[in-house]
Design a binder for this molecule. Sequence first.
Ligand code: SAM
Ligand code: SF4
Length: 433
Amino acid sequence: MPGYYIWTVGCQMNKAESERIGSYLEQLGYQPRESAGEADLVVVNSCVVRQSAESRVVHKLDALRSLKNSCREVTVAVTGCLVDSNVDLLRQSFPHVDHFFKPGELPRWVAPQGTETVPALPRHPSASTFVPIIQGCNNFCSYCIVPYRRDREKSRPMAEVVCEVNELVRRGVKEVILLGQNVDSYGHDLPGSPDLADLLAELDGTDGLARVRFLTSHPKDMSLKLIEAVARLGKVCEDISLPVQSGDDEILKAMRRGYTVEHYRQLIAGIRRRIPGIALSTDVIVGFPAETEQQFEGTVSLLSELRFDTVHVAAYSPRPGTFAAREFRDDVPRAVKRERLNRIEQLQKKVVAEINARLLGRTVEVLVEGKKKGKWQGRTRGGKLVFFSSDGDLPGQVVNVSIEKTGPWSLQGSIESRNVNLDKEEKWGTVSR
Ligand code: SAM
Ligand code: SF4
């Protein structure tokens, strides 16, 4: 039996796509291998959102040169955001790569001619599984390479997503995480223009499914209807990922984000009014071209004010072909970027430790995902990692856990009962900030 190995770097979309590529290959008779050295087909699923990710990909591809030169026959393929429309240039840089295929596509060239196309759902899905619902992005934020590599937005038909979720549930999945670069614009390109709230309402009726999450949202596109849907629908988790990127209006304008700090502040206030226990995460870029100390302080004070559950922070990295790389000088020194990044990380560690501490003594609903170092591990509806001990076979079960210890990155507790009958508001585990 031929073997395959997939090396993945990057966002959840890449991880979801790698799962699907693996599943597709297994349906064609390939078996997973532990390392590239043992595989007949090596797929590199790449990310180039920042230079650091791109460098890792290039390093990996260089390392695969010697494998390709060994006497064993091995096929090397590359997908993900490294693959742009100029494949000829890529072929020149990486002559040892046999195939390049665009992000979101399957390695269909592997299938013998005439093979029926097979659905590529994860074969051994975990309790929580990603489901891409919209590909590409129409936004062209000035710093971002994604729209150049993943093309314009293309939504999957609602019936197709619903059917896929039903099949995943039949295979034991309890939670689906709907994915897209901007899930809030889901459906605008479909007949009848259904939206994400419609899709959530439809999925909420899926028997056997415990939870639905979605990411990533865009502050300029998030609608009241969507907020209402999260508040109302029992299976939809109180967990929203809403990247702000900067706490300064001038920087937001230069980033071409399409909203102001005040709009963002009002949006968060509206969400919290309607869903008091909502878990919120955000993304921030520090050291954007010409970002002054004062503008950076604007970001720090916004994060201190809004108190997110999670902040993903990145140092600005100029990406060839983007508006910012063309028009702005990358003039914030590397050491300053690092210092700003550290400051936000330190602030966030403190904020989240305080938020989590308020969960002490509370009962939270946990979907059990697996075991780590002898303890069960799972997540709350707000996405917080929880560890607890218990006998029995728990993966995929939804249990109540009483929280006994908290820290910035995880919670620990004891299982209470396997019957979950907290109502939606109790499940929120409402925490005042
Ligand atoms: N669509 C989402 C949004 O609107 O923010 C996020 C998608 S983006 C691929 C993921 C994160 O990567 C962004 O939130 C941003 O913080 C970061 N990112 C994108 N381009 C970047 C760049 N050139 N330099 C540093 N970070 C970048
Ligand atoms: Fe990139 Fe902006 Fe699209 Fe997010 S919304 S993927 S940051 S262009």
